[in-house]
Design a protein around this ligand. Structure first.
Ligand code: KG4
Ligand code: ZN
Length: 338
């Protein structure tokens, strides 16, 4: 069973809508909320209000670009979780209203599962089972993907997400929010071995990033006391060194899992997979280790509705629908098969 699905993403600070037809993405409109920049992080209340304002024009644009009428739609999908409750509610309520008015089924998508399924928007696509490192502003997970709807989280962060570590260390250096892309940019000119930060040993396939953030803060306090221009003078080396440390932590666990589980189909997903250092390291290491490496297009790494649409496509095929009484789940778990 294939069809035409409208998908809505509103879990954080991107309002996005996409249309998928028989598994092919016809449109993907993303409206990024600039308002959070001046606060140095996402302000949940402002995110909800911006979603309210943006959702109708974004949905209309997605339908127009796809050349699809509302009456052509076979289902409406939305991000059910995880994410900010107020933000999720805007997308969920809008999707419910449309599903009710059009008398079409409603599909609730797990945002983290959708990040992984972004690999199935374009070719080439991984074979199953594949191992995916999902790295975003809220999550860091190692996932064994057995099929589009069957995934097992084998490891995750025990504290901060790696995206948070990028953003918080960037904030300490006085960079704008979100800081990940700025660190990526400045790191290109820097020496990754100039400064050393601790890489704590966490058991199994789990990660920890809160220690490195604190170590970075303490180091910066000490250095800026000695020289107030320390950041300006060392920005590129600081960015390269912190990025190198964060990538090393991720790669260590990815390599351990790939070896122990004997999986050579390897992918990355989520906003941090837009990082050029991580992408290059993965390609280089993958070549040495004989991996088939899969990296989604830039536009499908950070939050977008195309990934929600592709996840919804598989759920539609499996007739995995939601009742109209459903509500979003900010802590939606990603427990094995969905
Ligand atoms: O997946 P995403 O768009 O939203 C969440 O679901 O969290 O990920 C956002 C995160 C932010 O922490 C942002 O700084 C990070 O992805 N990010 C990057 C890059 N682009 C986005 N981190 C490092 N380098 C980048 N180029
Ligand atoms: Zn995300």
């Amino acid at each position: 069973m294939s069809g035409i699905i409208l998908a809505i993403e509103s879990s954080c600070d991107e309002t996005s809508a996409a249309v998928v037809k028989n598994g092919a993405v016809l449109s993907n409109i993303v409206s990024t909320q600039e308002i959070h920049q001046k606060y140095g992080g996402v302000v949940p209340e402002l995110a909800s209000r911006a979603h309210q304002k943006n959702i109708l024009p974004v949905v209309n644009e997605a339908l127009t670009e796809a050349n699809i009428n509302k009456s052509d739609l076979d289902a409406i999908a939305f991000t059910k979780g995880p994410g900010l409750l107020g933000a999720l509610l805007v997308g969920a309520s809008f999707a419910k209203g449309m599903a009710m008015a059009l008398k079409k089924p409603l599909i609730g998508v797990n945002h983290m599962q959708a990040h992984i399924l972004a690999h199935f928007i374009d070719a080439p696509q991984p074979n199953f089972p594949f191992l995916c490192l999902t790295v975003s502003g809220g999550h860091t997970q190692l996932v064994v993907v057995k099929s589009p709807l069957e995934m097992e989280v084998i490891g995750e962060t025990i504290d901060d997400a790696v995206g948070e570590a990028f953003d918080k260390t960037a904030k300490i250096m006085g960079l704008d929010y979100p800081g990940g892309p700025f660190i990526d940019k400045f790191a290109k000119e820097g020496d990754p071995t100039k400064f050393k930060f601790p890489n704590v040993n966490i058991p199994d396939y789990n990660f920890s990033f809160s220690g490195i953030k604190t170590a970075f803060l303490n180091f910066m306090r000490k250095e800026t006391q000695k020289d107030p221009d320390f950041v300006e003078k060392n920005k590129a080396d600081l960015c390269a060194s912190i990025q190198f440390t964060l990538i090393s932590i991720l790669m260590k666990k990815l390599k351990k899992a790939a070896k122990e589980l004997n999986i050579k189909e390897i992918g990355i997903a989520g906003g941090v997979s837009a990082n050029s250092g991580l992408r290059n390291t993965l390609l280089e290491e993958g070549k040495k280790l004989g991996w088939n490496v899969f990296i989604p297009e830039f536009e499908h790494c950070t939050d977008n509705a195309a990934m929600i649409a592709i996840a919804a496509h598989y759920q539609y095929e499996g007739e995995d629908f939601e009742a109209l009484s459903t509500s979003p789940n900010p802590r939606m778990k990603f427990t094995g098969s969905k």
